[in-house]
Design a protein around this ligand. Structure first.
Ligand code: NAP
Length: 525
């Protein structure tokens, strides 16, 4: 597919502005020749207005029709073939094996939403029949309306134009307007072509999907401020996510912002775990910290353990392994600069000791940073929130606690995270419960004897957590429950059968599982 560098608005290419930017290959820092056009305010308006018009139609579509569209989108993405992989590789440096896996995850999650829709119970139909002094009340989930999606830099497929936010919003029945990430504009345009092809093939209104390019905050700000946008999905930095959340709150009619932002994913390692398998944990930890050059929101960035000889040996072993691991390629200049700035800030703290790294490798042909290990005290973490910032790269910080009580009070002082992890032994099951429940309060996912990188796309997954990990701790951006961010329940009271959607009609024509008078059943009422 040939690239245009233009925005894709309701199926039409558009380049009204003169402000352009270019792709950069992170492997050799060379700039591409194709200009990408920053969307203008008028183009943003056009995309959102088209989405609003499309919603007028899509909101009446049965789940089966939307499922067919999602399957078609997955096929169209696959039809992009190796061109997609090579384009993304040249814009992100992530490598073909990783990108091949990420493509499978991306089409897999789109198809998983199609299956969810065909199964039907996701509509959460609830019926309370009329009784003495009680009206008939029937409730189900409905789509919210046009959704703004901000693509992430670090997952050019799975959290980007056709990633989890887009798939879940489309599955909910919402048109989407995607703000492409400027780190991979060509990849984004390829995805736009695939989704537009699915829109056309399935006879959906053209405004179901638009893609806006941009390398400054204007496009995103205009998008969030547009009165017809009903919700926002975002993956990126705490600063960006918070700015978008604040912009949405300033609107005359505020809207929900589902922002997945920074996380340091604390890991607690007990002395018994170290005694039993220090080498294995060290290998797993280094693998997790350096995976994807550390550019994962689930990167284990804070490791808590009690002070002991075993802990000191463990920290030395991890430091040596981090030194020995090759420095990977960072996604782009902005990530490299952000990492440099975050670590530089942290090392100014008097209680931070750098064990290895903490510097950019500026002589390199590619964007990279030394694998970094730092150490601090429990008191320092408790007394200074700035030590809990995300270092988005191959960086981890050991927190050495004076003893069990010091560790517990430090866990209490942790901010919200996507995950928390504990490494412990079976022999500690009786004593470790309190700590596990403390860790539970700090995150959306608690991991036992594993590592937080690698997020399975399954029904039970929870990828979210208390602020600052997200702006909406009751939701997830991975897994099937992600769809509920873009739906809302509506209850009908004493509304005649003929006016109710099929999911709420007594005969249950869809044959779906419903909660009828407090009992789950797929029978007719
Ligand atoms: P980002 O700076 O948060 O940007 C993400 C998207 O939001 C981009 O499209 C960006 O647009 C837009 N944006 C940022 N600030 C905005 C604002 N004030 N108003 C409107 N739109 C705004 O994230 P990034 O570029 O991917 O990476 C930067 C840093 O984010 C990294 O160094 C890392 O610390 C963090 N990060 C975290 C995660 C995570 O999952 N936790 C993932 C990726 C990155 P423009 O770029 O066009 O301005």
């Amino acid at each position: 597919m040939s690239l245009s560098g233009k925005n894709s608005i309701a199926g039409e290419l558009s380049a009204e502005g003169s402000d352009v930017f270019f792709s950069v290959d992170p492997r050799n820092k060379t700039t591409g020749s194709l200009p990408f056009y920053n969307a203008t305010r008028a183009e943003v308006d056009r995309a959102v207005n088209a989405a609003a018009a499309a919603f007028g139609e899509i909101r009446h579509y049965p789940s089966s029709k939307i499922a067919g569209f999602l399957d078609e989108a997955a096929e169209q993405i696959e039809a992009l073939g190796d061109d997609l992989l090579h384009t993304a590789d040249s814009e992100t440096g992530l490598g073909l094996p990783r990108l091949t896996g990420e493509r499978a995850r991306t089409t897999g999650q789109i198809r998983a939403f199609a299956n969810l829709l065909r199964e039907g119970a996701y509509l959460r139909a609830i019926i309370n029949t009329e009784g003495p002094g009680q009206p008939a009340i029937k409730q189900m989930q409905f789509p919210l309306g046009p959704v703004a999606v901000f693509a992430a830099s670090n997952f050019p497929f799975a959290f980007a134009v056709a990633g989890g936010d887009s798939a879940s919003a489309l599955a909910a029945g919402c048109p989407i307007v995607v703000k492409a990430h400027p780190g991979h504009p060509a990849t984004s345009e390829l995805f736009a072509g695939a989704i537009n092809a699915a829109v056309a093939a399935q006879g959906f209104p053209a405004g179901t999907f638009s893609l806006l390019q941009g390398n400054g905050i204007n496009v995103g700000q205009w998008l969030v401020a547009h009165e017809a946008i009903e919700a926002v999905g975002f993956t990126g930095s705490l600063r960006g996510g918070r700015a978008i959340y604040d912009a949405a709150s300033r609107r005359p009619r505020p809207i929900p912002v589902y922002a997945e932002m920074g996380s340091v994913n604390p890991v607690v390692i007990t002395q018994a775990a170290l005694a039993a398998r220090a080498d294995e944990i060290a290998d797993g930890l280094v693998g997790s910290v350096t995976m994807g050059t550390g550019q994962f929101c689930t990167n284990p960035g804070l490791i808590l353990l009690e002070d002991s000889g075993a802990s000191r040996d463990f920290i030395s072993a991890v430091t040596e392994k981090m030194e020995a691991a090759p420095a990977g390629i960072l996604l782009n200049e902005s990530i490299a600069a952000g990492l440099n700035s975050a670590v530089s800030d942290t090392v100014t703290h008097p209680q931070i000791e750098v064990l290895t790294g903490a510097e950019a490798i500026s002589e390199s042909d590619y964007f990279c940073y030394r694998n970094t290990v730092m150490q601090t005290t429990a008191a320092a973490i408790r007394n200074d929130d700035r030590l809990q910032v995300e270092h988005f790269g191959p960086v981890t910080l050991f927190v050495v606690c004076a003893g069990a009580e010091d560790l517990k009070s430090t866990v209490d002082a942790l901010e919200g995270n996507l995950t928390t992890t504990v490494h412990a032994e079976e022999s500690e099951l009786e004593s470790i419960g309190g700590l596990l429940h403390q860790l539970r309060e700090k995150a959306g996912r608690v991991i036992w004897n594993g590592f937080p990188t690698g997020v399975a796309v399954v029904h039970a997954m929870q990828h979210g957590g208390p602020y600052p990990a997200t702006t909406a701790p009751g939701t997830t951006s991975v897994g099937m429950n992600a769809i509920y961010r873009f739906m809302r329940p509506i209850a009908f009271q004493n509304v005649p059968e003929a006016l109710l959607p099929p999911a709420l009609q007594d005969a249950n024509p869809l044959g779906i599982l419903r909660l009828v008078d407090d009992v789950y059943t797929d029978e007719a009422v």
